[in-house]
Design a protein around this ligand. Structure first.
Ligand code: DON
Length: 320
């Protein structure tokens, strides 16, 4: 049987970019510094459940910031959009993921993809579920991945021990009444969610769950509501790649989220979850090889939201 075109393309992209020698492995969380810069996996999962992948797609790494859209979706479903938006905004900040700043006037974090916003979201979940909050997060992310995920306790302890900047952010949030008194417990939820172990296949499946209107395409389990998926994807589109989000929207044009362990997850609405794993990061904390692979996939297959081949909403067809 001839090889599927998508399989041939992921293999060709892996071949082309495995020699790309740019970026540095994150070391500010000491345990992350142990990652091999050579590791490189690419996985695509279609909303039909078909998987196309190559390289180190079974290698586990910590999800880090790619957990943020999922916990944001959980908070939206638990508390409703109005309550969540009193705590965290939806504007790109244009600043680094770990910046210590809040919105002028409202004193909210700019959005739930930067650390301040994500810690606020984890605190909301902790305020309601206390000691069960993290298990609920793990269950939800596992449902999106379609398998039981676990935590890298070494990375969790490493970040917990050294995460002084996030601790400062949490206490600033406490000062403005945006998180409840148990800020340290909320931080533990945040550090733990960042330490969930995934593979590029898991991330592509989680992306495919979002692409598939919130339902895991293989298990068939409904994981997120339609409305939450729309909000999650919108925030990923505008804020998911931090201070590279504008250029990403320009060059790739699909919602995405990166993590400092080297993962990138992108979502082609109603079609595909894309994930890459390659630890060397650029100065904004995004995986160098991951960006190049996504740019090429988007260009080659016309994945950009505003590509001329993309017919978009069927509204006009229905009314004309
Ligand atoms: O809060 C932190 O610093 C990490 N646990 C997560 C940061 C992250 O993944 C930023 N992404 N590029």
């Amino acid at each position: 049987m001839p090889q599927h075109e998508l399989q041939a393309v992921v293999e060709a992209l892996h071949d082309r970019y495995r020699s790309l020698d740019e970026g540095n492995v994150a070391t500010y969380i000491p345990e992350l510094g142990k990652a091999s810069p050579e590791d490189f996996g690419i996985s695509l999962v279609a909303t039909t459940g078909q998987v196309f992948e190559t390289g180190d797609c079974d290698r586990t790494f910590t999800i880090q910031s790619i957990s943020k859209p999922f916990t944001y979706g959980m908070a939206l479903e638990e508390f409703g959009e109005a309550a969540v938006s009193r705590h965290v905004g939806v504007e790109p900040s244009g600043d680094a993921f770990n910046s210590i700043e809040l919105q002028n006037g409202t004193n909210r974090p700019h959005n739930p993809m930067i650390n301040a916003g994500a810690i606020t979201v984890s605190a909301l979940l902790h305020s309601r579920h206390r000691d069960d909050a993290f298990d609920r997060v793990l269950n939800q992310l596992s449902a999106a991945a379609g398998r039981r995920l676990s935590v890298d306790e070494g990375v969790f302890e490493s970040e917990r021990r050294t995460g002084h900047r996030n601790r400062a952010i949490a206490h600033l949030l406490l000062n403005f009444g945006l998180v409840h008194e148990q800020a340290e417990r909320a931080l533990d939820v945040y550090f733990r969610q960042c330490s969930i172990l995934v593979t590029s296949r898991d991330l592509a499946m989680m992306g495919a769950t979002l692409a598939n209107m919130g339902r895991n395409p293989v298990t068939g389990e409904p994981v997120f509501d339609l409305a939450s998926v729309r909000h999650m994807l919108a925030i990923m589109f505008t804020c998911g790649m931090y201070d590279y989000s504008g250029e990403w929207a320009y060059r790739v044009g699909v919602p995405a989220k990166s993590g400092v362990a080297g993962g990138v997850m992108a979502v082609v609405n109603r079609q595909l979850g894309i994930a890459t794993y390659s630890p060397p990061l650029d100065s904004r904390g995004n995986s160098c090889r991951g960006i190049e692979v996504c740019v090429e996939l988007a260009t080659r297959f016309g994945l950009h939201a505003f590509d001329c081949s993309n017919v978009g909403s069927s509204f006009l067809q229905a009314v004309l």
